[in-house]
Design a protein around this ligand. Structure first.
Ligand code: BDR
Ligand code: CA
Length: 314
């Protein structure tokens, strides 16, 4: 049997980040979670770190270490998304101050120290929020780069169009300078953009199926999703909302669910109208070398089968 994959999950919970964490927690034989680092994004940092600790508590993972990272983007003011996630970031469940501790070390130091101590090509980074922590760590200590095996991130949009501006997806929009560093870093990158996450919709039937699992965790996840999906349902006139962030974890658990293409993606940091656009050269019209694997299709029924199967385990 293979050894579990050492990962750092970098997130801004967020209901869909919470589902991503639960999915990762459900497979300890696959994920060795070295730490969960938190960043300002959906809501400010004091709430994202609290929410990550809360999710650990809900999922009975007292062993997972939570670190707080950057409280604002590298060069810009923070933009948040309470209009999607609610004031707490995890609206839909009862919120309380968890006992699960916050580590004292800053997330940037944790990321740098952990990577520096690791073998080359050994650590997988899974960012599901703005890329501020990862971009800052790379800028501060570029010698960590060879240690990164792969970066599997949720962010960006091409064919699907943006969700926060006509051309930009939230995570990249919030910190385009950090995204620019990450997309140029030269390490293998897998991108779960809106092109694919918008295919993973939490329809009524799918949600009922998760609720029917009957465990405390499954109920919490259903309550979170039920609150969260209303925003996108109204916006896109769909039955259900997209489960963006869990696509990253599902990709590790079952890569065959996704179709990917090697393409070049650059980040728009200057554009007045297009800040944070992932300029995705799907047809190689620029001749620029591919720097990411871009997911463009998913077996959505397969995704929900997987989610159900995994949530039964926790
Ligand atoms: C991304 O932005 C956040 O609202 C979600 O958590 C997800 O990471 C989708 O654009
Ligand atoms: Ca997120």
């Amino acid at each position: 049997m293979n050894k579990p994959l050492p990962v750092i999950i970098d997130c801004d919970p967020g209901q869909d980040d919470a589902v991503a964490l639960a999915l990762a927690f459900s497979a300890p034989e696959i994920f060795e979670i070295l730490g969960v680092t938190t960043v300002a994004g959906n809501v400010p940092l004091n709430l994202t770190q609290r929410n990550a600790r809360l999710v650990c508590e809900i999922c009975n993972r007292s062993d997972v270490e939570i670190y707080a990272g950057c409280d604002k983007p590298m060069k810009r003011e923070l933009v948040t998304a309470e209009y999607v996630h609610g004031q707490s970031g995890l609206d839909g469940i009862d919120i309380y101050e968890p006992e699960h501790p916050l580590e004292k070390t800053h997330a940037i130091d944790f990321i740098i120290e952990t990577l520096m101590a690791a073998d080359d090509n050994s650590i997988t980074l899974i960012p599901t929020g703005p890329l501020t922590n990862i971009g800052t760590a790379i800028a501060k200590e570029p010698t960590i780069l060879p240690k990164i095996k792969e970066i599997i991130l949720m962010g960006g949009a091409a064919k699907e169009g943006g969700n926060v501006t006509p051309s930009a997806e939230f995570n990249i929009y919030v910190d385009p300078e950090a995204a620019d560093i990450v997309f140029k870093c030269g390490r293998p990158i897998v991108v779960m953009s809106l092109d694919v996450t918008h295919q993973v919709l939490t329809s009524r039937k799918r949600l009922d199926r998760i609720r029917a699992i009957g465990t405390k965790t499954a109920k919490m996840m259903t309550d979170l999703i039920a609150f969260y999906e209303r925003y996108d349902e109204e916006k896109y006139h769909t039955d259900g909302g997209p489960l963006h962030d869990p696509c990253t974890i599902a990709y590790v658990l079952k890569p065959g669910l996704f179709k990917l293409k090697d393409i070049n993606v650059t980040i728009e940091t200057q554009g007045e109208l297009t800040r944070g656009e992932t300029v995705a050269d799907f047809w190689n019209v620029t001749g620029r070398k591919p720097n990411v694997q871009w997911a463009y299709e998913v077996d959505d029924d397969g995704f929900f089968d997987l989610l159900n199967k995994q949530l039964k385990k926790i």
